[in-house]
Design a protein around this ligand. Structure first.
Ligand code: PMP
Length: 354
Protein backbone atom coordinates (compact mmCIF):
# COMPACT_ATOMS: atom_id res chain seq x y z
CA UNK A 1 0.00 0.00 0.00
CA UNK A 2 1.23 3.50 -0.84
CA UNK A 3 3.15 5.31 1.91
CA UNK A 4 0.78 8.26 1.42
CA UNK A 5 -1.90 6.41 3.37
CA UNK A 6 -2.14 7.07 7.09
CA UNK A 7 -0.97 4.34 9.51
CA UNK A 8 -4.61 3.74 10.48
CA UNK A 9 -5.60 2.93 6.90
CA UNK A 10 -2.47 0.82 6.44
CA UNK A 11 -3.41 -1.44 9.34
CA UNK A 12 -7.11 -1.80 8.51
CA UNK A 13 -8.32 -5.31 7.90
CA UNK A 14 -11.79 -4.65 6.59
CA UNK A 15 -14.54 -7.19 6.98
CA UNK A 16 -14.69 -9.34 3.86
CA UNK A 17 -18.27 -9.96 2.83
CA UNK A 18 -19.22 -13.51 1.88
CA UNK A 19 -18.29 -14.66 -1.58
CA UNK A 20 -20.73 -13.70 -4.38
CA UNK A 21 -20.12 -16.36 -7.02
CA UNK A 22 -21.65 -15.85 -10.46
CA UNK A 23 -22.21 -19.55 -11.10
CA UNK A 24 -25.95 -20.20 -11.13
CA UNK A 25 -25.72 -23.87 -10.26
CA UNK A 26 -24.16 -23.22 -6.86
CA UNK A 27 -26.38 -23.50 -3.81
CA UNK A 28 -25.58 -20.20 -2.16
CA UNK A 29 -26.18 -20.33 1.58
CA UNK A 30 -23.41 -18.00 2.73
CA UNK A 31 -24.62 -14.40 2.94
CA UNK A 32 -28.10 -14.58 4.49
CA UNK A 33 -30.02 -13.29 1.50
CA UNK A 34 -33.65 -14.26 1.09
CA UNK A 35 -34.16 -17.34 -1.09
CA UNK A 36 -37.43 -15.83 -2.28
CA UNK A 37 -37.69 -12.77 -4.49
CA UNK A 38 -38.69 -9.33 -3.30
CA UNK A 39 -42.29 -8.16 -3.30
CA UNK A 40 -43.65 -8.12 -6.88
CA UNK A 41 -44.98 -4.65 -6.03
CA UNK A 42 -41.41 -3.48 -5.39
CA UNK A 43 -40.26 -4.86 -8.73
CA UNK A 44 -43.19 -3.17 -10.47
CA UNK A 45 -42.42 0.15 -8.75
CA UNK A 46 -38.78 -0.03 -9.85
CA UNK A 47 -39.82 -0.81 -13.42
CA UNK A 48 -42.38 1.96 -13.41
CA UNK A 49 -39.88 4.59 -12.36
CA UNK A 50 -39.95 6.70 -15.45
CA UNK A 51 -36.52 6.42 -17.05
CA UNK A 52 -36.81 10.06 -18.09
CA UNK A 53 -36.79 10.92 -14.41
CA UNK A 54 -33.40 9.33 -13.89
CA UNK A 55 -31.76 12.48 -15.23
CA UNK A 56 -33.26 14.28 -12.24
CA UNK A 57 -31.82 14.12 -8.74
CA UNK A 58 -33.79 12.00 -6.29
CA UNK A 59 -35.73 13.48 -3.36
CA UNK A 60 -32.93 14.57 -0.99
CA UNK A 61 -35.23 14.07 2.01
CA UNK A 62 -36.48 10.62 0.99
CA UNK A 63 -39.76 11.96 2.38
CA UNK A 64 -42.14 9.38 0.88
CA UNK A 65 -39.95 6.49 2.03
CA UNK A 66 -39.57 7.94 5.52
CA UNK A 67 -43.35 8.30 5.70
CA UNK A 68 -43.88 4.70 4.54
CA UNK A 69 -41.46 3.44 7.24
CA UNK A 70 -43.02 5.69 9.89
CA UNK A 71 -46.55 4.56 8.95
CA UNK A 72 -45.58 0.90 9.10
CA UNK A 73 -44.04 1.21 12.55
CA UNK A 74 -46.35 3.80 14.13
CA UNK A 75 -43.65 6.49 14.28
CA UNK A 76 -43.12 10.06 13.10
CA UNK A 77 -41.09 10.53 9.87
CA UNK A 78 -38.74 12.72 11.94
CA UNK A 79 -37.71 9.52 13.72
CA UNK A 80 -36.40 7.92 10.50
CA UNK A 81 -32.90 8.08 8.95
CA UNK A 82 -32.14 6.45 5.56
CA UNK A 83 -28.96 4.92 4.15
CA UNK A 84 -27.57 2.79 1.33
CA UNK A 85 -27.94 -0.48 3.17
CA UNK A 86 -27.70 -0.70 6.93
CA UNK A 87 -23.91 -0.88 6.67
CA UNK A 88 -23.92 2.75 5.57
CA UNK A 89 -26.38 3.65 8.30
CA UNK A 90 -24.05 1.96 10.80
CA UNK A 91 -21.04 3.86 9.41
CA UNK A 92 -22.87 7.14 10.10
CA UNK A 93 -23.86 5.90 13.55
CA UNK A 94 -20.24 5.06 14.41
CA UNK A 95 -18.73 8.18 12.91
CA UNK A 96 -21.33 10.67 14.05
CA UNK A 97 -22.73 9.25 17.25
CA UNK A 98 -20.60 6.51 18.79
CA UNK A 99 -17.33 8.37 18.14
CA UNK A 100 -18.32 10.63 21.03
CA UNK A 101 -19.04 7.64 23.23
CA UNK A 102 -15.86 6.43 24.77
CA UNK A 103 -15.71 3.56 25.01
CA UNK A 104 -18.15 1.74 22.78
CA UNK A 105 -19.04 -1.77 23.91
CA UNK A 106 -20.24 -4.70 21.89
CA UNK A 107 -20.27 -8.44 22.38
CA UNK A 108 -17.59 -10.83 21.22
CA UNK A 109 -18.65 -12.52 19.02
CA UNK A 110 -20.81 -10.22 16.94
CA UNK A 111 -21.10 -8.59 13.52
CA UNK A 112 -17.51 -8.15 12.43
CA UNK A 113 -18.03 -4.72 10.88
CA UNK A 114 -18.26 -3.03 14.32
CA UNK A 115 -14.53 -3.26 15.18
CA UNK A 116 -13.68 -2.24 11.61
CA UNK A 117 -15.64 1.00 11.95
CA UNK A 118 -14.06 1.63 15.36
CA UNK A 119 -10.56 1.25 13.96
CA UNK A 120 -11.29 3.37 10.90
CA UNK A 121 -12.84 6.21 12.88
CA UNK A 122 -10.44 5.99 15.85
CA UNK A 123 -13.10 4.97 18.38
CA UNK A 124 -12.14 3.24 21.65
CA UNK A 125 -14.02 0.00 22.06
CA UNK A 126 -14.36 -2.87 24.50
CA UNK A 127 -15.73 -6.29 23.77
CA UNK A 128 -17.80 -8.28 26.26
CA UNK A 129 -17.70 -12.06 25.91
CA UNK A 130 -20.85 -14.01 25.21
CA UNK A 131 -21.62 -16.59 27.89
CA UNK A 132 -20.82 -20.27 27.41
CA UNK A 133 -24.16 -20.75 25.61
CA UNK A 134 -23.22 -18.01 23.15
CA UNK A 135 -25.84 -15.68 24.62
CA UNK A 136 -25.50 -11.94 25.20
CA UNK A 137 -25.66 -11.14 28.92
CA UNK A 138 -26.92 -7.56 28.88
CA UNK A 139 -26.02 -6.95 32.53
CA UNK A 140 -22.34 -7.16 31.48
CA UNK A 141 -22.79 -4.29 29.04
CA UNK A 142 -22.24 -1.10 30.99
CA UNK A 143 -20.39 1.95 29.80
CA UNK A 144 -21.05 5.29 31.52
CA UNK A 145 -21.45 8.04 28.91
CA UNK A 146 -20.50 5.52 26.27
CA UNK A 147 -22.23 3.54 23.56
CA UNK A 148 -23.52 0.00 23.33
CA UNK A 149 -24.27 -1.79 20.07
CA UNK A 150 -25.28 -5.33 19.18
CA UNK A 151 -27.50 -7.15 16.72
CA UNK A 152 -30.68 -8.80 17.98
CA UNK A 153 -30.69 -11.59 17.01
CA UNK A 154 -26.92 -11.61 17.24
CA UNK A 155 -24.79 -12.48 14.22
CA UNK A 156 -23.41 -14.99 13.46
CA UNK A 157 -25.00 -16.97 16.31
CA UNK A 158 -28.67 -16.28 15.50
CA UNK A 159 -29.49 -16.10 19.24
CA UNK A 160 -31.85 -13.36 20.37
CA UNK A 161 -32.70 -11.77 23.70
CA UNK A 162 -36.16 -10.57 24.74
CA UNK A 163 -37.16 -6.92 24.44
CA UNK A 164 -37.56 -6.74 28.22
CA UNK A 165 -33.79 -7.31 28.60
CA UNK A 166 -33.13 -4.35 26.30
CA UNK A 167 -35.62 -2.19 28.21
CA UNK A 168 -33.73 -2.98 31.42
CA UNK A 169 -30.41 -2.24 29.66
CA UNK A 170 -31.76 1.17 28.59
CA UNK A 171 -32.84 1.93 32.15
CA UNK A 172 -29.38 1.02 33.50
CA UNK A 173 -27.56 3.08 30.85
CA UNK A 174 -29.52 6.30 30.49
CA UNK A 175 -26.30 8.22 29.80
CA UNK A 176 -25.22 5.94 26.96
CA UNK A 177 -26.53 5.47 23.44
CA UNK A 178 -27.87 1.96 22.85
CA UNK A 179 -27.98 0.82 19.21
CA UNK A 180 -29.85 -2.38 18.35
CA UNK A 181 -29.09 -3.75 14.89
CA UNK A 182 -32.26 -5.62 13.90
CA UNK A 183 -31.06 -6.89 10.50
CA UNK A 184 -32.63 -10.32 11.12
CA UNK A 185 -35.56 -9.37 13.35
CA UNK A 186 -38.34 -10.62 11.10
CA UNK A 187 -37.67 -14.32 11.65
CA UNK A 188 -39.00 -14.58 15.18
CA UNK A 189 -37.31 -11.91 17.34
CA UNK A 190 -39.12 -9.19 19.32
CA UNK A 191 -38.36 -5.80 17.78
CA UNK A 192 -37.49 -2.80 19.96
CA UNK A 193 -39.26 -0.38 17.64
CA UNK A 194 -42.45 -0.41 19.77
CA UNK A 195 -40.36 1.23 22.53
CA UNK A 196 -40.04 4.28 20.25
CA UNK A 197 -43.79 4.86 19.86
CA UNK A 198 -45.93 7.31 21.82
CA UNK A 199 -44.48 10.29 23.63
CA UNK A 200 -42.44 8.89 26.54
CA UNK A 201 -39.90 6.94 24.54
CA UNK A 202 -36.20 6.74 25.46
CA UNK A 203 -33.89 9.33 23.97
CA UNK A 204 -30.91 6.97 23.90
CA UNK A 205 -32.28 4.12 21.75
CA UNK A 206 -31.55 3.74 18.06
CA UNK A 207 -32.83 0.73 16.10
CA UNK A 208 -31.25 -0.14 12.73
CA UNK A 209 -33.06 -2.11 10.02
CA UNK A 210 -32.26 -3.35 6.52
CA UNK A 211 -34.30 -4.25 3.46
CA UNK A 212 -31.59 -6.75 2.46
CA UNK A 213 -32.88 -9.77 4.35
CA UNK A 214 -36.61 -10.32 4.93
CA UNK A 215 -37.52 -7.83 2.17
CA UNK A 216 -35.13 -9.59 -0.23
CA UNK A 217 -33.63 -6.37 -1.65
CA UNK A 218 -29.93 -6.77 -0.80
CA UNK A 219 -29.05 -5.59 -4.32
CA UNK A 220 -31.00 -2.34 -3.96
CA UNK A 221 -29.03 -1.21 -0.85
CA UNK A 222 -31.58 0.25 1.53
CA UNK A 223 -31.36 0.46 5.30
CA UNK A 224 -32.70 2.79 7.95
CA UNK A 225 -32.43 3.76 11.59
CA UNK A 226 -35.26 4.86 13.86
CA UNK A 227 -34.95 6.71 17.13
CA UNK A 228 -35.47 10.00 18.91
CA UNK A 229 -35.75 12.94 16.44
CA UNK A 230 -32.75 14.57 18.14
CA UNK A 231 -30.59 11.50 17.42
CA UNK A 232 -31.89 11.37 13.86
CA UNK A 233 -31.17 15.07 13.33
CA UNK A 234 -27.48 14.52 14.12
CA UNK A 235 -27.26 11.57 11.74
CA UNK A 236 -28.77 13.74 8.98
CA UNK A 237 -26.12 16.38 9.58
CA UNK A 238 -23.34 13.82 9.32
CA UNK A 239 -24.82 12.32 6.14
CA UNK A 240 -25.37 15.71 4.51
CA UNK A 241 -21.72 16.49 5.06
CA UNK A 242 -20.85 13.61 2.71
CA UNK A 243 -23.69 13.43 0.24
CA UNK A 244 -27.09 15.03 0.47
CA UNK A 245 -28.96 12.26 -1.38
CA UNK A 246 -29.83 9.35 0.85
CA UNK A 247 -30.82 6.94 -1.90
CA UNK A 248 -31.27 6.88 -5.67
CA UNK A 249 -34.66 7.09 -7.34
CA UNK A 250 -34.93 3.37 -8.06
CA UNK A 251 -34.07 2.51 -4.46
CA UNK A 252 -36.59 4.97 -3.03
CA UNK A 253 -39.39 3.72 -5.32
CA UNK A 254 -38.66 0.04 -4.72
CA UNK A 255 -38.25 0.43 -0.99
CA UNK A 256 -41.58 2.26 -0.57
CA UNK A 257 -43.46 -0.51 -2.35
CA UNK A 258 -41.57 -3.23 -0.44
CA UNK A 259 -42.30 -1.59 2.92
CA UNK A 260 -45.98 -1.39 2.05
CA UNK A 261 -46.21 -5.08 1.12
CA UNK A 262 -46.32 -6.56 4.60
CA UNK A 263 -48.18 -9.65 3.33
CA UNK A 264 -45.20 -10.66 1.17
CA UNK A 265 -42.82 -10.22 4.09
CA UNK A 266 -44.98 -12.32 6.38
CA UNK A 267 -45.49 -15.09 3.85
CA UNK A 268 -41.81 -15.42 2.92
CA UNK A 269 -40.55 -15.09 6.51
CA UNK A 270 -42.97 -17.82 7.59
CA UNK A 271 -41.58 -20.14 4.91
CA UNK A 272 -38.02 -19.40 6.05
CA UNK A 273 -38.94 -20.16 9.68
CA UNK A 274 -40.58 -23.47 8.70
CA UNK A 275 -37.55 -24.50 6.65
CA UNK A 276 -35.24 -23.45 9.50
CA UNK A 277 -37.07 -25.70 11.96
CA UNK A 278 -36.92 -28.63 9.54
CA UNK A 279 -33.21 -28.07 8.85
CA UNK A 280 -32.42 -27.90 12.58
CA UNK A 281 -34.16 -31.21 13.23
CA UNK A 282 -32.55 -32.93 10.20
CA UNK A 283 -29.14 -31.69 11.34
CA UNK A 284 -29.81 -32.97 14.87
CA UNK A 285 -30.45 -36.44 13.48
CA UNK A 286 -27.04 -36.22 11.75
CA UNK A 287 -25.37 -35.40 15.09
CA UNK A 288 -25.01 -31.61 14.70
CA UNK A 289 -25.39 -29.21 17.66
CA UNK A 290 -27.20 -26.11 16.47
CA UNK A 291 -27.70 -22.93 18.49
CA UNK A 292 -31.36 -21.88 18.82
CA UNK A 293 -31.89 -19.37 16.01
CA UNK A 294 -34.46 -16.68 15.37
CA UNK A 295 -32.66 -15.53 12.24
CA UNK A 296 -32.64 -16.66 8.59
CA UNK A 297 -29.47 -18.62 9.29
CA UNK A 298 -28.26 -21.17 11.79
CA UNK A 299 -24.95 -21.62 13.58
CA UNK A 300 -24.06 -25.26 13.87
CA UNK A 301 -21.18 -27.62 14.63
CA UNK A 302 -20.54 -31.32 14.49
CA UNK A 303 -18.67 -32.85 17.42
CA UNK A 304 -16.70 -35.18 15.14
CA UNK A 305 -16.08 -33.08 12.03
CA UNK A 306 -14.12 -29.82 11.87
CA UNK A 307 -15.91 -26.77 10.48
CA UNK A 308 -13.19 -26.12 7.88
CA UNK A 309 -13.42 -29.66 6.57
CA UNK A 310 -17.21 -29.59 6.31
CA UNK A 311 -17.07 -26.20 4.61
CA UNK A 312 -14.67 -27.51 1.95
CA UNK A 313 -16.55 -30.77 1.42
CA UNK A 314 -19.78 -28.83 0.86
CA UNK A 315 -17.97 -26.39 -1.43
CA UNK A 316 -16.70 -29.33 -3.50
CA UNK A 317 -20.32 -30.35 -3.95
CA UNK A 318 -21.38 -26.86 -5.08
CA UNK A 319 -22.87 -25.73 -1.76
CA UNK A 320 -21.44 -22.57 -0.21
CA UNK A 321 -21.92 -21.92 3.50
CA UNK A 322 -19.96 -19.61 5.79
CA UNK A 323 -16.99 -20.67 7.86
CA UNK A 324 -15.22 -18.17 10.13
CA UNK A 325 -11.57 -18.75 10.86
CA UNK A 326 -11.64 -16.79 14.12
CA UNK A 327 -10.84 -18.65 17.30
CA UNK A 328 -13.79 -19.82 19.46
CA UNK A 329 -16.06 -20.21 16.45
CA UNK A 330 -13.87 -22.04 13.97
CA UNK A 331 -15.69 -25.33 14.57
CA UNK A 332 -19.00 -23.75 13.48
CA UNK A 333 -20.67 -23.29 10.13
CA UNK A 334 -23.17 -20.52 9.52
CA UNK A 335 -25.77 -21.71 7.08
CA UNK A 336 -28.35 -19.42 5.47
CA UNK A 337 -31.86 -20.84 5.25
CA UNK A 338 -32.58 -21.50 1.58
CA UNK A 339 -35.57 -22.94 -0.25
CA UNK A 340 -36.83 -26.42 0.61
CA UNK A 341 -35.04 -27.81 -2.45
CA UNK A 342 -31.74 -26.22 -1.44
CA UNK A 343 -32.19 -27.60 2.07
CA UNK A 344 -32.73 -31.09 0.62
CA UNK A 345 -29.53 -30.76 -1.41
CA UNK A 346 -27.64 -29.64 1.68
CA UNK A 347 -28.87 -32.57 3.76
CA UNK A 348 -28.11 -35.06 0.97
CA UNK A 349 -24.57 -33.64 0.67
CA UNK A 350 -24.00 -33.81 4.44
CA UNK A 351 -25.16 -37.43 4.54
CA UNK A 352 -22.55 -38.20 1.88
CA UNK A 353 -19.80 -36.33 3.74
CA UNK A 354 -20.35 -37.64 7.27
N1 PMP B 1 -26.02 -5.88 10.37
C1 PMP B 1 -25.82 -7.20 10.42
C2 PMP B 1 -25.84 -7.88 11.75
C3 PMP B 1 -25.57 -7.94 9.24
O1 PMP B 1 -25.32 -9.26 9.30
C4 PMP B 1 -25.58 -7.26 8.00
C5 PMP B 1 -25.36 -8.03 6.70
N2 PMP B 1 -24.08 -8.46 6.48
C6 PMP B 1 -25.77 -5.88 8.00
C7 PMP B 1 -26.01 -5.22 9.19
C8 PMP B 1 -25.68 -5.07 6.75
O2 PMP B 1 -26.67 -5.33 5.81
P1 PMP B 1 -26.98 -4.32 4.64
O3 PMP B 1 -25.83 -3.37 4.51
O4 PMP B 1 -27.17 -5.17 3.44
O5 PMP B 1 -28.23 -3.60 5.04
Amino acid sequence: MSRFWSPVVQTLTPYTPGEQPQMQRLVKLNTNESPYGPSPLALAAINQQNTDDLRLYPDPEGAALKKAIADLHGLDPKQVFLGNGSDEVLAHVFLGLLKQSKPVQFPDITYSFYPVYCKLFGIDYQTVLLDSNFEIQTQNLKTPNGGIIFPNPNAPTGRAIPRSDIEALLRRNTDSVVVIDEAYVDYGTESCIPLLRGSAYPENLLVVHTLSKSRALAGLRVGFAVGHPALIEGLERVKNSFNSYPLGRLAQAGAIAAIQDQAHLEETSKKVIQTRERLVSELASLGFDTLPSTANFIFTRHPKHAGAKLYQALRDRGIIVRHFKSQRIEEFLRITIGTDEQTNELITALKEIL
